[in-house]
Structure formats: C-alpha cells, structure tokens
Design a protein. Sequence first.
Length: 148
Amino acid sequence: MAQDNEIRKISETESLTVEQIQQLSPHSSQYIIPHKQKKSKRYGLVLFNSVERPGAEAEAANVEQALQTAGCDVMKMEWYDVDELHNMIESVLNGIVADCSLLIVCLMSHGSRGVITGSNGKAIPVNKILNAFVGNFMPKELPLVRKL
C-alpha cells in the first residue's frame, strides 16, 4: 500500500519514460500513467469506416475531440478494407511504441457477433484486431483493458 502511494506520487509529479514505467510496473498494483506527458504520451487512435454509415465522419470527429480533451495525441484514420486496417494499425504502432504510456483505440464500422466488416464485405474477428496490438508492438506492461 505504501509502495503504491509512493509510485502514485511519482507518476503525478514526474515525467516518466516508457522504460521507467516498465521498471516501476512490477512494484505497483495499478498501471502507471504519468500525469506529465513530456517523456511518454497518451495516444488516441480513431479508425472509422464511413461507407454506408451516414454521420460516421462527424462521429469520428466527436470521438477525436473527446480524446484530445482527455489529453491524448490523436490520430484519426478512415479505413475501407480489413487488410488496409491491419496495415494502418501496424504503421501507427511502429510510430508510437517508443513513448506510449496509454493507447485508447476506437474502431468504428459495421459488424456483428464479434466481427467487423470492411467496405468490400470482408469480415475480420475483433479478437484478431486486438491481437495486432500486443506482441512485438506494445510493451507487455501496457494492459489491454477491454472492448466495448
């Protein structure tokens, strides 16, 4: 408990690097997200498909604004097919992995029962997309929280 309080104080007052977060993580019961974002950043990724989705661009802009208000550096990208989506995710992760302390991903599309559908009708399981965020790209200490 005392150790968690000390780590919380550090995360509230210091600008921590991703490496420092990784070193502190085993000693904390909670994931560490530094308040000061000079050495590590909060990111938001808004991936949306607007084909046959009236209002999708406005919806994506609203999500982008909300993430910016929450202190995230936001990347908003429109995608059309699932292969393109995978490449977009890989490209973004390659660019942010070195200084990412938090990543919020918003994936907007048609779909049902655990799959999303691209404009060409090709479907991909949501779990396959989630798996693209783990492994070689994001640090193992960065928790994958949930899907909605």
